[in-house]
Design a protein around this ligand. Structure first.
Ligand code: PAZ
Length: 319
């Protein structure tokens, strides 16, 4: 019997990135989630969301991070569930979360009122009332959150560090490979391109008394390559490409499609990412734009991205 092909990225992952202790358990959960939903006639999307933390010390005091809030991933999760998908939400700890994202800037204590009697030392019995003016749309968001929770449509999985992200994504890809083309990968997380291998990382806090710090970082393995070729070869895969220089964006998006041979790149520029993206495939290029009128009507760009991609996924499956 032919031996399974082990890509060198598999080896690198095992050697240089600490494996989270719960990875096998999470993989089983994801596989069971996917099987259950496909049996019920749903497609499954794995969304990655948020930034990654790259530690500088193994007993980590300091780390490198990035700008990503997780809004793209969290809002897309909502639109995918509205479109009939079940969602595995692989997200950075404390990044924005579906439905709760709308209230992330609000101090909860300003939104609640305690209507019991007495001063600070008296009994805690009384009523807590929600001020819906401070939490606009809370009833709608809560209702939908409860529906998706009761329907078990959302499976949240958390990561913090780059190592956790890489191992959990690999586990997710293998778990979803069992459902073939019914699986979509929507890789919106902003993942570090650089890291310090565990073998080169100091154990203890780096001392400022040693003078200025010079860091040498290795390149993070391009995990999209084994994902597309080996781990989930029949899935519909979308990667995201972010640049700050719009002039190089589309070229880089096309180069990614050429290199990794997946289906779609969603290209965006840091400053305009809430209002403009380009959905690039090997044959097509579609600009999605949010106008001022759309903003007034609370239309978000993720609704358009998800609508474009669910149609493309349909075609991918039928072809
Ligand atoms: O998380 P967010 O909503 O603040 O930003 C979304 C995004 C810019 C991280 C995403 O659209 C994206 O482009 N992710 C890939 C980034 C990259 O090129 O690595």
């Amino acid at each position: 019997m032919a031996k399974p092909r082990i890509s060198s990225i598999d080896g690198k992952l095992a050697e240089e990135f600490a494996v989270p202790s719960h990875v096998e358990e999470v993989k089983e959960k994801m596989a069971a989630f996917a099987r259950r939903h496909v049996a019920a006639g749903r497609r499954v999307v794995l969304i990655t969301s948020g930034g990654t933390k790259v530690p500088l010390e193994s007993r980590t005091v300091r780390f490198l991070d990035n700008f990503s809030s997780g809004r793209r991933g969290a809002s897309s999760a909502e639109y995918f569930m509205d479109s009939g998908y079940a969602v595995i939400f692989l997200h950075r700890h404390r990044s924005l979360y579906p439905y709760a994202r709308m209230f992330s800037n609000i101090n909860m204590l300003d939104a609640l009122k305690f209507s019991g009697g007495g001063g600070a030392s008296s009994s805690n019995s009384g009523e807590v009332v929600v001020n819906q003016q401070v939490l606009p749309n809370i009833a709608k968001a809560l209702k939908r959150y409860q529906e998706v929770t009761e329907g078990e449509l959302l499976l949240p999985v958390e990561f913090s560090t780059l190592s956790e992200y890489l191992h959990l994504l690999k586990a997710a890809a293998k778990a979803l490979s069992t459902i073939g083309s019914e699986a979509m990968f929507y890789l919106a997380a902003a993942v570090s391109d650089f890291y310090i291998p565990a073998s080169e990382m100091p154990e203890h806090k780096i001392q400022s008394s040693n003078g200025p710090l010079q860091l040498s970082l290795n390149m993070v393995p391009k995990i999209l390559s084994p994902l597309v070729k080996d781990w989930a070869p029949r899935a519909f895969v979308i990667s995201f490409k972010l640049e700050t220089d719009a002039a190089i964006l589309l070229d880089k998006a096309r180069r990614a499609l050429d290199t990794y041979r997946h289906q779609v790149v969603v290209a965006n520029v840091l400053d305009s990412r809430r209002g403009y993206v380009v959905v690039v495939t090997p044959e097509t290029q579609a600009e999605l734009i949010i106008t001022e009128e759309d903003v007034k009507n609370d239309v978000e760009i993720e609704e358009r991205i998800v609508s474009n991609l669910t149609s493309a996924h349909n075609k991918f499956i039928t072809q």
